[in-house]
Design a protein around this ligand. Sequence first.
Ligand SMILES: Nc1ncnc2c1ncn2[C@@H]1O[C@H](COP(=O)(O)OP(=O)(O)O)[C@@H](O)[C@H]1O
Ligand SMILES: [Mg+2]
Ligand SMILES: [Zn+2]
Length: 172
Amino acid sequence: MNRPSLLATIGPAGAGKTTWRNRCVPVVADVVSLDDIRAELSPCGCSADQTVNAAAVEVGTAMTRAALAAGRTVVWDTTAYLSGFRAHLLDLAAEFGARAVGLLVLPPLDTVLVRNSRRDGTPCPQCGFSRRVPENRVREMHDAITAALPSLPTEGWHELRYLTPQAKENSR
Ligand SMILES: Nc1ncnc2c1ncn2[C@@H]1O[C@H](COP(=O)(O)OP(=O)(O)O)[C@@H](O)[C@H]1O
Ligand SMILES: [Mg+2]
Ligand SMILES: [Zn+2]
């Protein structure tokens, strides 16, 4: 059996994670998209419905266990901006002796904010969430990942790939 792999994007909302996944992830990989799972679980069908987020993570976790147990590659399309969440993914990989690969998708904050602002900002009448994420939340995710950059290499990833060029210090 092949050594299974768990790949996870790390990037704020609007960074380009799903675009990368649609372009670059081979069809043989199992994709865990929290947006897609939330849309399935949400009574109103909203991918942004945060009330079903914990349940979506559970579904994604079960999908991951099944895939890794069978020696397959799993790709998580997720922000993973919290270290606790990254630890959960790393624990899952370790459980199956899988190779854990972190994929940084971190364009400059301005770029991410512009992309997010192009999304529909109309709140859903049922769940209250819109595709556009509140700007302060995007900032928070961007800041958290930027702050974690120096310690990411010590978290336990077998490999870290930077899918977007890293901003130089003091470049803006
Ligand atoms: N490399 C890129 N260059 C220009 N626009 C991009 C690029 N990657 C993504 N986008 C655009 O940015 C927006 C957010 O991308 P998306 O992949 O949905 O982000 P995420 O999944 O990280 O929230 C989309 O409108 C997408 O078309
Ligand atoms: Mg996405
Ligand atoms: Zn809704």
